[in-house]
Design a protein around this ligand. Structure first.
Ligand SMILES: Cc1cc2nc3c(=O)[nH]c(=O)nc-3n(C[C@H](O)[C@H](O)[C@H](O)COP(=O)(O)O)c2cc1C
Length: 338
């Protein structure tokens, strides 16, 4: 049966979602993920205060493109009225849905009463969610964690109460706030939520999926409606097509050739320049090169070259050189190469 968010967003049988990631899930990166089969994507998180103040950085994150659909804009904040207003602003940007971030653990978000901090005040979280739901005609979804810490793993209650005020899907990262990104994600409570007979909305599992094998095993073991992938897609957007191919055929797709790696990296660079301009586009792309060529021995020299160049034609030339130099490099799949 197809997974649906609200009445109109049909995600097919078992969707793969690109996790919202600050400084990563921007339009250039989303472009290459979309090319590689992701079913649904989110923007980076956007500060509700920033949106209201009309801050350029926040406003730029509202840029979404037709080919990206279905796409959600993710917002965070600590003030209910600001969240309500920013839901109105986001609605005007015409995403397919609005997602609320109740999962961010980093200090300057969670310690200012936003993100995962709302896991300590469920009443406020519920009121905030209701305000956002009431402020928009779009479906509202939520992304959160298991709880604040080991003593307060309250996602079971959170799921029920947020469903009651109208959210249309819930993504759960199998860690607490206290864990930040340490240890291993534990999906058992995600399964508990999914098994709750009161829960009707799709439940997406998130945390540590980095291979076809894990996606296949955890799909069965934890009974989720879809999987959200973050870090493993950075520099490796092929993970989406590899997992999808396996689910559709039961067979493993080979990993990308060196030519494919170069071509996708180039596309990412070109889109980056198109969207951010030459200077910022080239600068912000620097963080991605090592990821695109991870696992390739003796790549360092080329990475140093790539991050040292400021002219996009020269960068494109070096990327072509990489094809030649590493053409004997064999294909690798996500699980093997990570
Ligand atoms: C660089 C980075 C930025 C992130 N930014 C966001 C964000 O803006 N909003 C959000 O809900 N989660 C954010 N996260 C958390 C991810 O969405 C995801 O929940 C987490 O990385 C676990 O999934 P993974 O193991 O597949 O990466 C971020 C994670 C990383 C690594």
């Amino acid at each position: 049966m197809a997974v649906k968010i609200g009445e109109h967003i049909d995600l097919g049988k078992f969707p793969l979602l690109l996790a919202p990631m600050e400084d990563v899930s921007d339009p250039p990166f989303r472009y290459v993920c979309k090319q590689n089969g992701v079913d649904m994507m989110y923007t980076e998180f956007i500060s509700s205060e920033g949106l209201i103040r009309d801050a350029a950085k926040s406003k730029q994150k509202l840029d979404i493109f037709e080919y990206e659909r279905p796409i959600g804009i993710q917002i965070f904040g600590s003030d209910i009225e600001s969240m309500r207003q920013s839901a109105e602003i986001c609605t005007l940007a015409h995403p397919d849905l609005i997602d609320i971030n109740y999962g961010c653990p980093v200090k300057n978000v969670a310690c200012r009463g936003a993100g995962a901090s709302l896991l300590q005040d469920i009443d406020k979280m519920v009121a905030m969610t209701k305000a956002v739901v009431d402020a928009t005609t779009l479906p509202v979804t939520v992304k959160t964690r298991l709880g604040w810490d080991d003593n307060t793993k309250n996602v079971y209650e959170v799921a029920e109460r947020l469903q009651d005020v109208g959210i249309k899907a819930l993504s759960i990262h199998g860690r607490t706030r206290a864990q930040m990104y340490k240890g291993q994600a534990d999906w058992r409570m995600i399964r508990d939520v999914k098994r709750n007979p009161r829960i009707q909305i799709p439940i997406f599992g998130n945390g540590d999926v980095d291979s076809v094998e894990k996606a296949a095993a955890w799909r069965m073991e934890y009974e989720v409606d879809g999987i959200m992938i973050g870090r493993a897609s950075i520099g490796y957007p092929w993970i989406f097509r590899e997992i999808k191919h396996f689910f559709e055929t039961g067979e493993h797709l080979e990993g990308p050739t060196i030519d494919e790696r170069v071509e996708v990296c180039k596309t990412h660079l070109i889109k980056s320049i198109e969207w951010k301009g030459d200077k910022t586009g080239i600068f912000e792309m620097r963080r991605h090169y090592a990821n695109y060529f991870k696992g390739i021995p003796n790549f360092k020299e080329y990475r140093t070259k790539l991050v040292g160049l400021g002219d996009h034609n020269e960068i494109l030339e070096v990327l072509e050189e990489i094809k030649e130099r590493f053409k004997m490099h064999t294909r690798t799949r996500s699980s093997i190469y990570r």
